[in-house]
Design a binder for this molecule. Structure first.
Ligand SMILES: *[C@@H]1O[C@H](CO)[C@@H](O)[C@H](O)[C@H]1NC(C)=O
Ligand SMILES: *[C@@H]1O[C@H](CO)[C@@H](O)[C@H](O)[C@H]1NC(C)=O
Length: 279
């Protein structure tokens, strides 16, 4: 099983109190749903882990990226978890939450954004069919979800839909990099709430080099995670880099999850990347 963790990362300095974001209109509630192919949903657990070294700009050798892809395949093997042991509101490091989960469930990666002052989780969170929390009605950010029948959901979703629809897992990111095989990056910067991250404007957040974690699926409905090493403003990937990597990996939908200081990827109990939060 693969576990997505909520909790994690400081991508910048503190922010002011929430003042809300403009809510999306009905015609702006972009979302996609894909029924994975039958044989994908029947596949036993298998996580294919692949380190990589890549560049999205051959002219700039300093732009080399070091990262990992984890192909999970069957989306039914994915689950989203609040920080442990106490849940949202506790400031626990992703790797600490992940360690016990990863030892029995094999692969764990940091996922949802949170308020770095209070530890409060941002966005909707559904874990194992249980609605852990719904976001404020004005806080629209791209979510990645699974329905109970294995169908994949990507996009913007209202709190009441989270409660009514048969989600099995649902976790929020910030910015939707690829939608239906095409770049959705600029549109998502216009649509999404910028207060779910603490780096600066959504444009700054997208353009800063940092450790990054994205979650997506290919056209058959196989799930893949891409993690790139980095330290905010020093080295790592911009979201444009992540979009290019995601397309090269065959992803047709991809959502940006929390990265930065404590982006964490664990295989069994071993931390694979180099989180920079406590250095
Ligand atoms: C899976 O569930 C979703 C949400 O209820 C539904 O829209 C979709 O049609 C279902 N897919 C299949 C193959 O039954
Ligand atoms: C992780 O643990 C599982 C179950 O114990 C084992 O089968 C697998 O080989 C381990 N993977 C690695 C890369 O150590």
């Amino acid at each position: 099983m693969l576990f997505l963790l909520l909790a994690v990362s400081v991508l910048g300095d503190g922010v002011k109190e929430d003042e809300g974001c403009p809510a999306l209109r009905d015609d702006q509630l972009v979302r996609v749903r894909l029924d994975p192919e039958e044989d994908v949903l029947r596949r036993p657990f298998h996580a294919e882990f692949q380190p990589f070294y890549a560049t999205t700009d051959w002219e700039s050798p300093e732009r080399f990226l070091v990262g990992y892809t984890v192909e999970v395949g069957n989306p039914l093997h994915l689950s989203a978890h609040p920080p442990s042991p106490e849940g949202c509101g506790e400031r626990s490091r992703a790797r600490d939450t992940a360690a016990p989960i990863a030892s029995c469930r094999r692969v764990a990666v940091s996922a949802g954004f949170f308020d770095t002052r209070t530890g409060r989780c941002y966005g909707h969170l559904v874990s194992g069919g249980r609605v852990v929390q719904t976001a404020e009605p004005w806080r629209f950010n791209a979510h990645f979800g699974l329905f109970r029948n294995g169908s994949i959901f990507v996009g913007y979703v209202r709190p009441e839909e989270v409660r009514e629809w048969p989600f099995k897992e649902l976790v929020g990111g910030v910015l939707w990099l690829i939608k239906d095989g095409r770049s959705f990056f600029d549109q998502s910067i216009r649509l999404e709430c910028g207060k779910t991250q603490e780096t600066g404007s959504l444009r700054e957040f997208a353009e800063v080099k940092s450790a990054r974690v994205i979650l997506g699926h290919d056209e058959r409905g196989q799930v893949k995670i891409i993690v790139v090493e980095g330290k905010t403003r020093k080295f790592g990937a911009t979201l444009k880099d992540m979009e290019i990597l995601a397309i090269s990996q065959g992803l047709v939908n991809a959502v940006n999850l929390d990265g930065g200081g404590s982006a964490a990827l664990l295989l069994n109990s071993t931390l694979l990347n180099l989180p920079t939060d406590s250095w």
